[in-house]
Design a protein around this ligand. Structure first.
Ligand SMILES: [Zn+2]
Length: 354
């Protein structure tokens, strides 16, 4: 009898626990992820955390050789340097232990050298921890590139609790932006018949609403970090199911990319930017939760208005004008929006008091 269903590529193993860094090698063994030559990619500021992962592999009976390489950024020259290390050391798996840039470089170089990659995020700053997308900086411009889904995603909540608060706020913002992104996606499906996957959209949306419903951000509370980690993992998996970043990237991401292009040296992080722009796009989309989102951002001291980024209405218009060109062909609520609607949405979205 035929089975009418679709198959999706998922990580073999996802674990979200406290004190997991020391157990990475052991947990991988449990899922038959057995390797002889692991290459650990990390950054100098968190090398003490990577050391704990490394210690586990040193005691593994399958490991013959082990190498740790530090990177400084997600810039393309660093990618080329890691590829040189891969060609010399000949690893059979890459293990990224670190924040977004470490995970991105690990996923990207692993895909280019056709190696499995294990994601061990030490900071929950965006949904790249489990997604088939890597952000790489080519000269002054960051680009999202398709890669493979990580073979395993192993999250140590205790390590993540110690991450800078701004990084964790970014993760919260990136998760909340899924609501605006999925609204754009279904609207594009209705207007342009673009491929739409209900399961991917549901995973993305439900994760974002669980965060929005949590009301209070508390990074000292492990159960709150669990909601954040699970939401970001499911967001990455949603992108894997959809085969596109659509479930987690819509008009709010285009605005953020445009802002990055105009202000490449801005210190604000991706997730907080997309959440702030989501308030505006959600209002345009007539999304009922737009005011709850605005309140959530203010209540929890995330970036909530363009002013927090140092931009006024005229500069916002420049960002808005540039936004569609950052991802040509991606239909969103910004396409053909009138000046009157923009003015109204801007004043409504960004003038609410606490
Ligand atoms: Zn994002």
């Amino acid at each position: 009898m035929p089975i009418f269903c679709s198959s999706v590529t998922l990580p073999i193993q996802v674990r979200i626990e406290e004190k997991l860094l020391d157990l990475v090698s052991k947990l991988m063994c449990e899922s038959n992820l057995l390797f002889a030559r692991p290459l650990i990619v990390t950054m100098g500021n968190i090398s003490h955390l990577a050391e704990r992962v490394r210690a586990g592999f040193e005691n593994s009976p399958t490991v013959k050789r082990l190498h740790t390489e530090l990177i400084e950024s997600n810039a393309y020259p660093e990618v080329e340097r890691i590829e040189g290390v891969i060609d010399e050391f000949k690893p059979d798996v890459l293990i990224g232990v670190g924040g977004g840039r470490v995970i991105d470089v690990s996923k990207f170089t692993a895909a280019r050298r056709m190696l499995p990659v294990v994601s061990v995020p030490t900071s929950l700053s965006n949904d790249g921890i489990s997604s088939p997308v890597a952000v790489i900086r080519f000269r002054k411009e960051s680009r999202s590139v398709g890669v493979n889904v990580p073979a395993a995603v192993l999250i140590d909540l205790e390590a993540d609790r110690s991450a800078p608060k701004q990084n964790l706020k970014s993760g919260v913002g990136d998760l909340l932006s899924n609501i605006s992104a999925t609204n754009d996606w279904i609207s594009s499906y209705r207007k342009t018949h673009e491929h739409y996957d209900t399961v991917a959209a549901l995973l993305s949306r439900k994760s974002a609403f669980e965060m929005l419903d949590s009301k209070r951000v508390n990074f000292d509370d492990i159960s709150f970090l669990q909601i954040l980690a699970e939401g970001l993992v499911l967001s990455g998996i949603a992108m894997g199911i959809a085969g596109t970043s659509r479930p987690c990237s819509g008009s709010e991401h285009l605005l953020s990319h445009a802002y990055d292009e105009l202000y490449p040296d801005s210190p604000s992080l991706h997730g907080e930017q997309v959440a702030m722009f989501s308030v505006f796009t959600s209002y345009l989309q007539e999304e009922h939760s737009w005011s709850a989102l605005a309140d959530f951002l203010k209540r929890n001291e995330l970036i909530s208005t363009p002013k927090d980024l140092g931009i006024d209405f005229d500069t916002f218009l420049k960002v808005l004008e540039l936004a569609p060109s950052t991802r040509p062909g991606r239909h969103t609520i910004l396409d053909g929006v009138s000046e009157g609607k923009v003015k109204k949405a801007y004043s409504k979205a960004y003038s609410r008091s606490k």
